[in-house]
Design a protein around this ligand. Structure first.
Ligand code: PHE
Length: 327
C-alpha cells in the first residue's frame, strides 16, 4: 500500500512537471487527483485496513494529495505566466509604424467651379435665386419670348415629363420667376442643373448652368461686357484668350456668346448673353422704356473642362474616383 502511494505520487509529480500546457496539466490533475483517481480510490479502501494501519496510511495519502495539489498550483501559475508572456510577445505593437490615416474628402470639381463662379458674382453685388428643375412650358419658353411654334424651341432638345411639364433646358426661367415677383433694381444669379437631349464630348443630358441678370435704369451693353470680362479674368486669369461673338437668343437683343481658348483645340463656347429683350420685360410687367438689363447663362461643366484641361464632359458624372481624386 505505502509503495503504491509512493509510486502514484512520483508518477503524478513527473507528469505535472512535464505538462507542456494548461490542457496537459488538467489531464494530469484529473488522472491523479480527480474524483476517479487511484489516490481517491485508495482512500476509499482505508476501511479494509487493520485499525492501527489506518491513520498512518491515511496520513500518507493526505500528504501525497497535498504535495500533488501544491505541485499543480505551482505548475499552473508557471504555465499561465508563460502563456501570458507568449501572448504579449505575439501581440507586440510597433507604435513607430506609419498610421493608415484618414483620406480627406473634397468637393467635386463641378462644385468647386460653381462655388468659385458664385463667389465672383457675389463679390460684384449679385444675389442668389433658385427655381425648380421641373418647369412649365411657360417659364421655360413662352415667358422668354419663345412662342409654341417658334423654331428656336429646337435649340433646346427638351425632355418632357408627364402632365405637360418639362425638365428645364436652361436656367433662364428663373429670370421670369424673379422678375414677376420683384421690381428693379435687380442683380441676380441663379445656379442649377439643366437637362437636354444631347450627348457628345461637350454635351451631357444633365449639366450645370449659372444664370445671371441685372435690371435697372440705363443698363448698357458696356455693363454686360464689363461684368463678363471681369468674371472671365477672375475665373481664367488675365492671360487666357477669350472672345465675344455675335449670336441669337429669342430673349436677348442684341446677343453674344463668349468663347474661351481651349488648349490645342481652338475655342469652346461657355456662355450665351445679351440685353434682355423688351418682350421679356413686357411679359413680367416691366416697362421696357423705363428699364433695361442684361442676362447671361454660362455652362459650369465647360468652364471646369477649360480650367482643368478635361476633354470629356461625361467624366463629371461618372463618379470615378481615379478622376475625382485629381482635384
Ligand atoms: N439660356 C441660354 C442657353 O441656355 C443662355 C442665355 C442666358 C443666353 C441668358 C442669353 C441670356 O443657351
Amino acid at each position: 500500500m505505502r509503495e503504491k502511494i509512493e509510486q502514484l505520487k512520483s508518477a503524478a509529480l513527473r507528469q505535472i512537471v512535464a505538462a507542456a500546457d494548461l490542457a496537459a496539466l488538467e489531464e494530469a490533475r484529473v488522472r491523479f487527483a480527480g474524483k476517479n483517481s487511484e489516490l481517491t480510490a485508495l482512500l476509499k479502501t482505508l476501511g479494509t485496513l487493520a485499525a492501527e494501519e489506518r491513520p498512518k496510511v491515511g496520513a500518507l495519502v493526505n500528504e501525497a494529495k497535498t504535495a500533488l495539489e501544491a505541485a499543480l498550483t505551482e505548475k499552473k501559475s508557471a504555465l499561465q505566466q508563460t502563456a501570458q508572456t507568449q501572448k504579449i510577445a505575439a501581440e507586440k505593437l510597433d507604435v513607430t509604424l506609419p498610421g493608415k490615416g484618414l483620406k480627406r474628402g473634397h468637393y467635386h470639381p463641378l462644385t468647386q467651379v460653381m462655388n468659385e463662379a458664385k463667389n465672383i458674382f457675389i463679390r460684384l453685388g449679385f444675389e442668389i435665386a433658385e427655381g425648380p428643375e421641373i418647369e412649365t412650358e411657360y417659364y421655360n419658353f413662352d415667358g422668354l419670348n419663345i412662342p409654341p411654334h417658334h423654331p428656336s424651341r429646337d435649340m433646346w432638345s427638351t425632355l418632357f415629363v408627364e402632365g405637360g411639364q418639362l425638365l428645364r433646358t436652361h436656367t433662364s426661367p428663373v429670370q421670369v420667376r424673379v422678375m414677376e415677383k420683384r421690381k428693379p433694381p435687380l442683380a441676380i444669379i441663379a445656379p442649377g442643373r439643366v437637362y437636354r437631349r444631347d450627348y457628345d464630348a461637350t454635351h451631357s443630358p444633365v449639366f450645370q448652368q449659372l444664370e445671371g441678370f441685372l435690371v435697372n435704369k440705363n443698363v448698357t451693353f458696356g455693363d454686360l461686357k464689363g461684368t463678363l470680362t471681369e468674371f472671365l479674368r477672375q475665373m481664367f486669369g488675365k492671360e487666357r484668350n477669350v472672345r465675344f461673338r455675335p449670336s441669337y437668343f429669342p430673349f436677348t437683343e442684341p446677343s453674344v456668346e463668349v468663347d474661351v481658348e481651349w488648349e490645342g483645340k481652338g475655342w469652346m463656347e461657355i456662355l450665351g448673353s445679351g440685353m434682355i429683350d423688351p418682350n421679356v420685360f413686357k411679359a413680367v410687367g416691366y416697362d421696357p422704356e423705363k428699364f433695361s438689363g442684361f442676362a447671361f447663362g454660362m455652362g459650369i461643366d465647360r468652364i471646369a473642362m477649360l480650367k482643368y484641361g478635361i476633354d470629356n464632359i461625361h467624366l463629371m458624372y461618372e463618379n470615378d474616383l481615379r478622376f475625382l481624386e485629381q482635384f
